[in-house]
Design a protein. Structure first.
Lengths: 395, 395
């Protein structure tokens, strides 16, 4: 009865979201403290106090017709200007309000970018492992996601495989840095190499190829490592940002796109993403939250909270014999499954009330993703279960 | 450079939105009190006090990780339940939380419904005059909008023309009641007739044809007229609602879809709209606002405010010789242009600092739309300009 495209999606519904629903049911059945739900990137750190304070201040001083009203589809101009200024201060860029479009989270922003760019059959490259929704976002506009196979030693981009994957139909490359699900950071050298390959391919094919940089985890970095700001290395870049993780506002759906003036046909492109925002039904990013984030740009995520979780989990899992990369950013750990079929492992883990997402949801079977944006207690209390699983599999 | 679909949209950008931008510029140039901007449905009535009070209460009592966190893609279960209960109380329906999906405004909801239903080439009928974005929403999923020509005497649906427009490819009919831009209400008899035609056509073609009922103006009714709740007359109905107009929250992007259990393949359909919500990048309706509207379901729009505007404008325009239907609902007036090319008239009106939207944006050339959700002062002060225009055109 439903559309053919949706039939495929319904039959193959998001494992992550199904886990989330399952986790809630298990919590009801066994008690929330007895379920170790590492399935979803739903931060357990409360939003900074400044968020509630700003909401209260806005309610007191702003006209409700403005605070809750329509504005330009691209967002409130003063909000966009504050974001541009903040980026310029932190990354030495030269943006103005005209380079910023407020979006319904990063997911909304990516959809607008892809709607603006893709003709049917256009290819979008992505480095495995990648967030599984990219495939759906690209398919929304009849594009084809082309997977660059993972380097499971380092989880850094395999640049040779990437170069081979770029064709005359390549319209965009999605980069997610820091990376979900691996937690690695792509360093400046890698970004320069990717930019160099794309410059060369653009010349060779006479095409414009965009980097779409999905950056919800930009501020979640443990090592002091720099996360390169890609517009400084490559003109045809669209940055998608979300405040979901930094300000712990995932349910509020607030983020932005950056379209640098150096991008090809910048003015037309900016108009296109703005119109996409409108016709896809977002219309504009939620108005109150636009004004809230503009006042919270200097707030920091409580990175210490996540670092503590990472350390206790990483150290214990390594001790138990699991194999995984120590995350440098984001709040995910990508663990090698003790058995080739990682779905078997996630099913076994469920018996320990541990919820993990199979790596096949990230185009990387044989691994599982653990989201450690949960309470410290959840991490610590899950350890005996992980230990029993390790023993069961003879690690 | 941008996609072909977007090229068409950029070249033919929304006249309404362009007017909105133009109105802001004119207000800066001439002063806001000297510009009579009737272009956009952006309510001038402030949100009810209960909205700010509820936000403050929620900030005080709810955990920020819940208040601003992810929930099921369909929305918070308790919010959906309250909405179902409110509908049941008011319309004698029998909905539960499982019939309600929270959406990013009505526009977001309509997109989810169309994504769930349409295969490429499927037809969606709409009664002219209709909100121009319907055409874009349908085109997002490669559907074809089939226009039912307007009856410019009554602006009620032409049922004979409608019946002729329904084909084996018809997948849905969009109904907007009370109507934007005409302000008329389709009475129960008309809804029954439409339902009867569709039942017959479904049988004839062996197809399922959905009514998608776009109802942001349901609560804005002047005459005491009943706006029929369509699920009671026709099983294959999807209702799209928005709190934008009733609670004056258009910028917050909060609404819901109703999928009645009687709809064909209800369970699969509900799953499909929920997944569409996710993959289109909405993910979920803004979390704080979900909880706000759940507490404000009994708040009433200040219909007196709009009625006063309607009366002063309607009476004066009739006196000056303009021809239009007295609106029964919503906050729009659809005025016959004094010259066949209504764009000439809107350009002349601009010289009087009066901003109106050409009817060709509603598939009804020869008319103009006036949004009177503005201050009473704007209405009154615009009258001399309307009078001069009437004299100029010899009305």
């Amino acid at each position: 009865m439903i559309s053919k495209k949706m039939e495929g999606l319904v039959n193959n519904n998001s494992v992550i979201r199904r886990m989330f629903e399952e986790g809630k049911k298990m919590a009801e059945e066994f008690g929330a403290d007895k379920v170790y739900d590492f399935s979803l990137g739903n931060p357990n750190v409360p939003a900074p106090k400044k968020v509630a304070e700003t909401i209260e201040a806005l309610l007191a001083k702003e006209e409700p017709t403005v605070l809750h009203g329509y504005m330009s589809n691209a967002g409130f101009p003063e909000v966009r200007e504050k974001i541009a200024d903040s980026l310029n201060k932190r990354f030495g860029t030269g943006f103005t309000a005209d380079n910023i479009m407020m979006t319904v989270g990063a997911a909304g922003g990516l959809n607008c970018a892809l709607k603006a760019l893709l003709n049917p059959g256009d290819e979008v490259a992505a480095f495995a492992p990648y967030f599984v929704e990219y495939r759906n976002y690209v398919a929304n506009y009849d594009g084809v996601l082309v997977e660059v196979a993972p380097d499971t030693e380092t989880f850094q981009p395999d640049l040779e495989a990437f170069e081979a994957a770029v064709t005359p139909r390549t319209r965009a490359v999605i980069i997610n840095n820091p990376n979900n699900p691996s937690g690695v950071i792509y360093p400046e050298e890698t970004i320069k190499d990717i930019a160099e390959i794309l410059e060369r391919k653009q010349k060779e094919y006479g095409s414009e190829i965009f980097i779409i940089s999905d950056e919800p985890y930009r501020e979640l970095v443990y090592t002091g490592a720099e996360v390169p700001y890609i517009t400084k290395y490559y003109a045809n870049t669209i940055v998608g940002y979300s405040f979901s993780k930094t300000l712990s506002l995932p349910g509020e759906r607030i983020g932005y796109l950056v379209i640098p003036s150096e991008a090809a046909d910048y003015e037309q492109l900016f108009q296109a993403v703005t119109i996409a925002n409108r016709v896809l039904g977002f219309v504009n990013a939620p108005s109150l939250m636009q004004k809230v984030v503009a006042e919270c740009l200097d707030e920091k995520a409580d990175i210490g909270f996540y670092a503590k979780n990472r350390d206790v989990l990483y150290d214990a899992l390594k001790e138990y014999g699991y194999s995984c990369i120590r995350p440098e950013g984001a709040f995910y750990m990508f663990i090698k499954s003790p058995v080739p079929d990682e779905k078997e492992f996630t099913e076994e883990a469920k018996k320990e009330h541990i919820l993990l997402v199979p790596g096949s949801s990230f185009a990387c079977p044989g691994y599982v993703r653990l989201s450690y944006c949960v309470s410290y207690g959840t991490c610590v209390n899950s350890l005996p279960g992980f230990k029993r699983l390790a023993e069961k599999y003879g690690l």
